[in-house]
Design a protein around this ligand. Structure first.
Ligand SMILES: Cc1cc2nc3c(=O)[nH]c(=O)nc-3n(C[C@H](O)[C@H](O)[C@H](O)COP(=O)(O)OP(=O)(O)OC[C@H]3O[C@@H](n4cnc5c(N)ncnc54)[C@H](O)[C@@H]3O)c2cc1C
Length: 528
């Protein structure tokens, strides 16, 4: 009962795609092991409940104190339970730039150029606008237009147009640059997590075994081959055996943590935590990259924006009822409704800055509740030069790992962020957004480099896209081959956001799902 062909660890964006695709072949027996629960909860399914999700959906990680952020610790939410981070994310459907993937191929990841990955993006996608040169029309992952866009979000795009910044109706089409309204991973008004896309419709397959509430503690390695995993279920330790392979899809923090707990990674660090070294692999946990992000927040007299007031609360209460009854209205919002991609350097190969406009005041990742109405806007650096690492804090699998994204340690990142924030303020100063007469909640002289840098270091944090901590590459020292096989052990693949050699210029859910799709094909080919 505890033996399978393939064990996939982590039922998140990539893991769900892998298990769903592998079990299309009835001869492949797959066990999907997830630490959290089923996430079948109306709050998870309701896009607008994102700020009020139950605690069981989130690992609530934090970074170690960040030198580049004046010693502050960053917040690092990570999805727990089926769907992983796609169950708590902002649902924006963005693949990054074609250049990102061509660049992966250029740095030695053969088979990952844009022309190679586009068929997998299309295969995964079912776009409400239908299939086309750039989009899939009948894949498992539902992608929809927003049907209840706040007037303020449209005002943001119109204000950008006042600065001659182009409009963009499709950030995943022929060109990425420009401003517009995001498409979302939703279906008929509900959040469409990776597990709703890939697992729920095929749960009855006899060759698919989904085990929730099972924490994977470590890999079992015998004579250089991974033969299974050790899990804890209901307080009891058990072993699951893999006849063929184990796939780690526990995310950019979970995957390197499980490897190091298994004695695979930087030897000195592993020994320091009283774990027997199985394989000295210094690159495990290195190369961590994340999008550093600054949020400006403005208060308005206008109650058009989502907010906390008598009128605002009554409107939200009505909206919840509307959504429960018809799956329409304000509660279909991803909050980050509008946005854009822009470069201060006209010669940059792809946009350097991304904006997320939210028609509500946002403070401290939504953890601080603010009275009144207004809007906020994020500006993030799309290809940061700073690189950090994931390490262990202890040898307990249930403990948070030591996360160090090294935010703003490279001065090129703060220079780009400065430029991105200045451009954002120029947009705020243009009509129609300026007609709301917004009051800045954190005024700063944006023309004063030193003052702006202080504000950036005091208030910036992640926009939730950690990647790269178990990267593929062409060298023996890289963690993975470009076919996602672990270098140095048999019977082990990694597929999730951790495999990216370089962070992509956009949000990371669709790319993680694409990575899962590809891994399933690699495994099927290897099994033949
Ligand atoms: C708040 C937030 C907002 C975001 N917004 C967007 C957005 O709008 N658009 C977008 O494209 N991206 C967004 N992202 C990022 C995106 O969701 C992630 O990059 C993507 O989901 C990562 O996929 P993954 O497969 O690497 O990991 P995950 O989806 O995080 O999956 C990892 C899974 O492994 C499980 N796991 C971990 N450790 C263990 C263990 N020891 N044993 C068993 N299971 C384990 C976890 O519980 C989890 O289910 C957001 C992320 C967050 C947190």
């Amino acid at each position: 009962m505890n033996e399978f062909d393939i064990i996939v660890v982590g039922g998140g964006s990539a893991g769900s795609a892998i298990a769903g695709r592998l079990t299309e072949d009835p001869t492949i027996n797959v066990c999907l092991v997830e630490a959290g629960g089923s996430n079948k909860d109306w709050r998870v399914h309701t896009p607008g409940m994102m700020p009020f999700l139950p605690e069981f959906t989130n690992w609530y990680y934090a970074t170690i104190p960040q030198k580049g952020l004046n010693g502050r610790q960053g917040h690092q939410p990570r999805g727990k339970g089926m769907g992983g981070s796609s169950a708590i994310n902002a649902m924006l459907y963005v693949r990054g730039n074609a250049w990102d993937y061509d660049n992966w191929a250029a740095v030695g990841c053969d088979g990952w150029a844009f022309d190679d990955v586009l068929p997998y993006f299309k295969r995964s996608e079912s776009n409400e606008r239908g299939g086309s040169e750039f989009h899939g029309g009948d894949g498992p992952l539902s992608v929809s237009d927003q049907h209840s866009v706040n007037a303020g979000s449209r005002a943001f795009v119109d204000s950008a147009a006042q600065l001659q910044l182009p409009r963009n109706e499709d950030f995943n089409g022929a060109a990425q640059a420009g401003f517009g309204i995001y498409q979302t991973t939703t279906k008929k008004g509900e959040r469409w997590t990776a597990s709703r896309a890939y697992i729920d419709p095929v749960r009855s397959r006899p060759n698919l075994h989904v085990m929730t509430d099972c924490l994977t503690e470590k890999l079992i390695v015998q004579d250089g081959r991974v033969t299974g995993v050790q899990i804890v279920r209901g307080g009891r330790t058990e072993t699951l055996h893999a006849r063929s392979s184990v796939v780690l899809s526990a995310g950019a923090f979970g995957t390197p943590q499980i490897l190091m707990l298994s004695g695979i990674g930087p030897a000195d660090h592993i020994r320091h935590h009283n774990i027997d070294v199985v394989l000295d692999k210094p690159s495990v946990g290195e190369n961590l990259q994340d999008h550093i992000d600054y949020v400006a927040s403005f208060e308005t007299e206008s109650k058009d924006f989502i907010g906390d007031s008598l009128a605002g609360t009554a409107r939200m209460a009505k909206a919840i009822i509307e959504h429960r009854l018809r799956r329409t209205g304000i509660m279909t919002t991803p909050y980050a409704e509008a946005g854009g991609f822009w470069s201060p350097d006209p010669d940059a190969p792809a946009p350097q800055i991304q904006y997320h406009f939210v028609p509500a005041m946002l403070e401290d990742h939504g953890r601080e509740k603010v009275k009144g109405h207004g809007f906020s806007c994020h500006a993030c650096v799309l290809r940061p030069e700073s690189k950090g690492r994931v390490r262990l804090k202890s040898n307990e699998a249930g403990d948070m790992p030591a996360i160090d994204p090294a935010f703003l340690e490279d001065d090129r990142d703060i220079a780009l962020l400065r430029a991105g924030v200045r451009q954002m303020y120029r947009i705020f100063d243009a009509p129609p957004l300026s007609d709301y007469h917004p009051r800045d909640r954190h005024p700063v002289d944006i023309n004063d480099d030193a003052a702006l840098d202080q504000a950036l270091r005091n208030r910036s944090d992640t926009v939730y896209h950690p990647v790269g901590s178990c990267a593929m590459g062409p060298n023996e020292s890289d963690v993975l081959t470009p076919r996602l096989k672990f270098r140095g052990l048999e019977g082990l693949y990694v597929a999730d956001a951790s495999v990216m050699p370089k962070i992509v210029s956009g949000n990371t859910n669709a790319p993680s799902i694409m990575i899962g799709e590809r891994c399933a094909d690699f495994i099927k080919a290897d099994l033949r």
